[in-house]
Design a protein around this ligand. Sequence first.
Ligand code: MN
Ligand code: MN
Length: 465
Amino acid sequence: MRKENRWTNYDEKQIKDLNALAEDYKDFMNHVKTEREAVEEVTKRARKAGYRDLADVIAKGESLKSGDKVYAVWMKKTMALFTIGTEPIEKGLRILGAHIDSPRLDLKQVPLYENTEMAFLDTHYYGGVKKYQWTTIPLAIHGVIAKKDGSTVNVRIGEDEEDPIFCVTDLLIHLSKDQMAKTLGDAITGENLDVLAGSRPLKLEEDAKDKKDPVKQNILAILKEKYDMEEDDFLSAELEIVPAGKARDLGFDRSMIAAYGQDDRVCAFPSLDALLRVEKPAYTACCLLTDKEEIGSVGATGAQSHFFENAVAELMDRCGQYSDLALRRALSSSKMLSSDVSAAFDPLYSEAYEQKNSAFFGHGIVYNKYTGARGKSGSNDANAEYFAWVRRVMDDANVAFQTSELGKVDIGGGGTIAYISALYGMNVVDAGVAVLNMHAPMEITSKSDLYEARNAYVAFLEAAE
Ligand code: MN
Ligand code: MN
């Protein structure tokens, strides 16, 4: 069933398009390492492409019509963009759904402490991580500090060449006899994923009231000066520790991209790019970007929240098409690509994969009919009839695609947002880009697969029936 490697049959123009897309993707990734930064960057790009804030449209009492472009944002961490189709919305939308959160280390609410004249930030990891991978690499801090007076301060330290970085330390090999005897899962504990943040004590006055923790006091003084924040302001902050540095080409042939957070921004980015390319779709085209996927799509900004349903209701209302029944029809008649990454086959760990149902670099967008674990548990198992339609759309548009399972049957598994949208009765299938090192601080993708995914998303949004 495996077809030719897609790199072998591109023409010159396609290679040029592919490279342009990859460059734009790297630029996107360099601006976006958190869900908030994703919403900010996508909003910027959407506004440039003529999208208006649905909240403004509502506030001004304006109406919307076919061809109009709007976006809705919730809590600065999830958003949906719509290009209104020529068909009534109750005929269904074409939805590209991806998530914009990624595994990372979140600062605890009381993070800062001093131990033996070193200051650390205590963390609680977010999403599935192999803890040992997060030690001894350059780390940056991204996020916000929300203050009691209602203001928020943006934080981004560790990305500019002149910025300091941060680090989770690890024991030197010379003293690691006991540590090396432990399993990979036990050797580094979650509680020990604390970030080294300072070592210079504040010079205290003779009569200083508080002589404890001078290194910590020095850091608090720096934070006060730089962000006008008190220690208590950590209580209402969302500060995320992420790998520092930029997205890079990988390999002599520059065929791959190495970057943090490609799960799932390698799907979010081409989904947005595809939507921006579709001018007058028949069915209302949508790009849905959700938060909290890595911890179960929970909360007000996760896919399980009513945000998306509410946004579609508001959209239909502005189009003069809203009724409870019309909304239900719109959602149940929709078609969706739940765009999330899949595991790329790694020949060095071939024992974890079943080859003929695995995804390979250079073989196009990956469809997972189902994901799940222990007997497909927790998966959305897409309908055969729907996937037959998807195959036809891909073939008609000459898009390379492959199908895959997430590894061997009894080894593990995973989930996406597909099963949540499917609750409305709509047709959903998992579709995304294959990733090596998934959930590691540096994930790897193929430029060709990124390009095929983008083209697949365009074909999906434009498909006639
Ligand atoms: Mn994912
Ligand atoms: Mn993931």
